[in-house]
Design a protein around this ligand. Structure first.
Ligand SMILES: *Cc1c(COP(=O)(O)O)cnc(C)c1O
Length: 348
């Protein structure tokens, strides 16, 4: 059975969090002399002289309408990368605990593990890029705190079988983190609605991909209230700046624009697949539930360098386990995709 106290680090259990001026007094007032801000203003048209809301309530309220989870089940991070790091710092004791990774997958889990001096146990995906449940069961021991599952997976593009993730959720006594950075492009439904079912589930999403806001740095974690409370305690007090909060709120009003882009991206993705298939040097294109495709080629380095010369940058993933020969190509605008295909016609 999962209980948060069994996996929480002792120092975090006992942590007295920083209490900011905005935590200690949250109501309205006409004169704020409690936070040593510059009362005169900012040397800008827009004013940023006041500290931002540490718990980003307005953004979460809007997100909760879109995502169907109450604000108390939402954590906001400076990108999902901050949420990943905070999970390590809250639950993994450096030097003793370990986590399970299922490569090939998003590189940040391993980097975060290394920074926090937490052992990353690799259980590679199967040849069809699905979970090796037996291997995962064998790798788990009493020091295993987290399992990271990316679905749709980066860099392979496929979704992970839902029943397999549920098997982990039902049997693992640590946290199962389902990273849904690409969920908006997927036919699969989100795991957010399973939060009421599984106390050990954390779902990560981001405004960096479909929402077109990679530069604002806003990532989301959805989890039980007690997990969110821990993450809020561990995060830096003002981790989402005021400009990002205001701009995110404006962007979240434009959901129709985002949905139109998603639709267009999927059409463009299918077109790209059809056109790439015709090249002799393309050996395989893996099914994608995301806004990129993984393409197996006969000469990944040659194609990569040729494209760089022509000013087109793709991602060389050919050195990654199970991705021999592969390039990862993000779906661009119709013009960009056309330029890619036309350029590849000159590759010999
Ligand atoms: C791009 C990506 C993210 C997003 O990270 P941010 O820090 O929110 O920009 C998270 N997870 C995966 C798997 C990604 O590919």
């Amino acid at each position: 059975m999962f209980t948060i106290n069994n996996i929480l680090r002792e120092n975090i259990k006992n942590l007295v969090p920083y209490s900011s001026a905005r935590d200690e007094y949250q109501g309205a007032a006409s004169v704020f002399l409690d936070a040593n801000e510059n009362a005169y203003g900012s040397p800008l048209v827009q004013q940023f002289n006041r500290y931002p809301d540490p718990l980003q309530y307005e953004v979460k309220k809007r997100l909760s309408e879109i995502k169907g989870a109450p604000p108390r089940n939402i954590f906001l991070g400076n990108g999902s990368d901050e949420a990943i790091d905070i999970l390590f710092r809250s639950f993994c004791n450096p030097g003793t605990d370990n986590v399970i990774l299922v490569p090939p997958t998003y590189g940040m889990y391993k980097v975060s593990a290394n920074i926090n001096d937490v052992e990353a146990r690799n259980v590679p995906l199967t040849d069809d890029f699905q979970l090796n449940l037996e291997g995962i069961a064998e790798a788990i021991d009493k020091h295993t705190k987290l399992i990271f599952i990316c679905s749709p997976n980066n860099p392979t593009g496929n979704s992970i079988n839902r029943a397999d993730v549920e098997t982990l959720l039902a049997n693992f006594t640590g946290l199962v983190i389902v990273d849904e950075a690409y969920i908006n492009f997927s036919r699969q439904k989100t795991f957010i609605q399973e939060l009421t079912e599984y106390a050990n589930l954390v779902v990560l999403q981001t405004l960096s991909k479909a929402w077109g806001l990679a530069g604002l740095r806003i990532g989301m974690a959805f989890a039980s209230e007690e997990i969110i409370e821990v993450m809020n305690k561990v995060k830096p007090p003002y981790n989402i700046n005021e400009a990002s909060q205001q701009l995110a709120l404006q962007a979240l009003a434009n959901i129709d624009q985002v949905n139109a882009w998603i639709k267009e991206t999927l059409i463009q993705r299918d077109n790209l697949v059809l056109q790439l298939k015709d090249f002799d040097f393309v050996l395989d294109i893996y099914p994608s539930d995301a806004n990129f495709i993984l393409v197996k080629t006969s000469d990944p380095r040659g194609i990569y360098n040729f494209l760089v010369e022509k000013g087109i940058i793709v991602r060389d993933r050919s050195k990654v386990d199970l991705c021999v020969g592969c390039l990862r190509i993000t779906v661009g605008t119709p013009d960009e995709n056309k330029k890619l295909i036309q350029t590849l016609q000159d590759f010999k």
